[in-house]
Design a protein around this ligand. Sequence first.
Ligand code: GLP
Length: 244
Amino acid sequence: QIYDTADEASCTLAREIAELIRARAKAGRSVVLGLATGGTPVRLYRELIRMHREEGLSFANVVTFNLDEYHGLPREHSQSYWRFMHEQLFDHIDIPASAINVPDGMVPRAEVFAWCRAYEQKIKDAGGIDLQVLGIGRTGHIGFNEPGSGADSRTRLVTLDSMTRRDAARDFIGEANVPRHAITMGVGSILDARRIVLLSWGGAKARVVADAAEKPPSEALPASFLQQHGDVTFHVDRASASEL
Ligand code: GLP
């Protein structure tokens, strides 16, 4: 789906999410959302907050699982994804704190494997992800699944690609400060979601968006595995669509 602006695309997804939340609330059921960080979903979160404030959209029946977190960053760190999600969304809506799940960046290495298995189990116990929101990195990553990540990869500790670390350098005031590792849901964990919506804005992502949509799925570009999912939509603006 190609939109004139990122705002239009974000509002379309916000409406879809709001409809899902309201339909489930009517049936007395919860909704499980998979959420992403980065600059891309900020407009979506802003619109969801507006709907909460102005239209009474309640998140009381929503459970969330975030895709990833830098390893070694405490929650309070200015660049932690936990903090990002609270500042950009959770602090402004009525979601119960117990319904929020973000990978723990401070799990000691020796415990990461067990921790990741438990995260996957928690997603299963919640009923699986109904709708997964994704951004895309210039390496073709989804979450932090860098090139080399298999279609069946699960939640795990990964090493960040040098391009990803360069792209994050500004936020960390220098590449040397960017963590080298992260915990991320795997490609396989993402593909388990019932529906997936990937967002992309701007010309810098045009090449990778085209490759993800058009090239044969391969580990060289993990986002290309999304082609193997039965219900996935890319919402992109004109600039990101320019290489399609
Ligand atoms: C980070 C996140 C990804 C995100 C990507 C793109 O690497 N782990 O989930 O999709 O950045 O970020 P942005 O939306 O800022 O371009």
